[in-house]
Ligand binder design. Structure first.
Ligand SMILES: C[S@@+](CC[C@H](N)C(=O)[O-])C[C@H]1O[C@@H](n2cnc3c(N)ncnc32)[C@H](O)[C@@H]1O
Length: 240
């Protein structure tokens, strides 16, 4: 039988998730050194470069980068109390992925666009626009396994910055014992802020703290403490 040659992996990258990371990122004293585990093309490493339109039910609260509105506008439903007040200052953007993608390579971006569900036109458009932002100032992405690579990325983060390791929709791809090892790794780094955004059965040590239903959403947690239930593509944020 002919060998099957795989040229591409089935991957996604959703910049919209920045809208549900921002409420917790904006609380941190910066400047921030962002490290993303399972970064794909790194589009979630630019929370300071996107515009946000938070719908509180009473109206829209807009948040734009200091340089002016971004070409990427992220809508998100949120309770008024949780609306972030500011964008973070980001001094470095790095990450690891089994197959890091280059946001500056049109063929790789087209492949990511092809994997967005057909009816999700707004997400597809956003992907291309966010990729242009990332391509203008590329992140430092390493090819590798997150368990092995995150410690060296932490060691290389700029001194004087607050180091934030985050991941969204990634640990589901790891076997349960490797998820546990990753949790232990993050707990072994008390000076690093750990932000997770994962689905219902992925991190029992976090979801076990919840009392109500998750209802198809993911859980944003900071240092292992659940903070919000959020739309899987960053479309809603319900504080816990
Ligand atoms: C669903 S995508 C999410 C990408 C990005 N975090 C986001 O929110 O848009 C999952 C990513 O995790 C990566 N990944 C899965 N297992 C990994 C591992 N063990 N180490 C590093 N990256 C991994 C995949 O290659 C893929 O790019």
């Amino acid at each position: 039988m002919e060998p099957v040659i795989r040229e591409r992996s089935t991957q996604t990258n959703e910049a919209g998730r920045c809208a549900v990371l921002l409420p917790v990122l904006s609380e941190l004293e910066g400047p921030l050194a962002l490290i993303e585990a399972g970064a794909s093309a790194g589009l979630c490493l630019y929370p300071d470069r996107y515009s946000y339109r938070y719908d509180t039910g009473d109206g829209i609260v807009s948040l734009d980068p200091p340089a002016g509105p971004s070409a990427v506008e992220l809508p998100c439903r949120i309770d008024p109390v949780s609306v972030p007040r500011r964008l973070p200052e980001v001094v470095s953007r790095s990450g690891v992925d089994l197959n890091p993608l280059d946001a500056g390579d049109p063929a790789q971006v087209e492949w990511l666009e092809a994997l967005v569900w057909p009816e999700h036109d707004a997400r597809r458009t956003r992907l291309g626009t966010a990729a242009a932002i990332a391509a203008a100032e590329p992140p430092a992405l390493l090819r590798g396994d997150l368990l092995e690579t995150v410690p060296s990325l932490v060691a290389q983060a700029p001194r004087g910055s607050r180091i934030v390791v985050f991941h969204s929709a990634v640990l589901v791809y790891l076997e349960p014992d490797r998820r546990t090892r990753f949790v232990e790794l993050m707990r072994s780094m008390p000076d690093v802020t750990w932000i997770s955004n994962e689905g219902e059965h992925v991190l029992p040590s976090i979801t076990g703290q919840l009392t109500g239903p998750i209802s198809g959403r993911t859980v944003v947690a900071v240092d292992g403490v659940p903070r919000a239930l959020v739309g899987p593509h960053g479309q809603s944020y319900e504080a816990l």
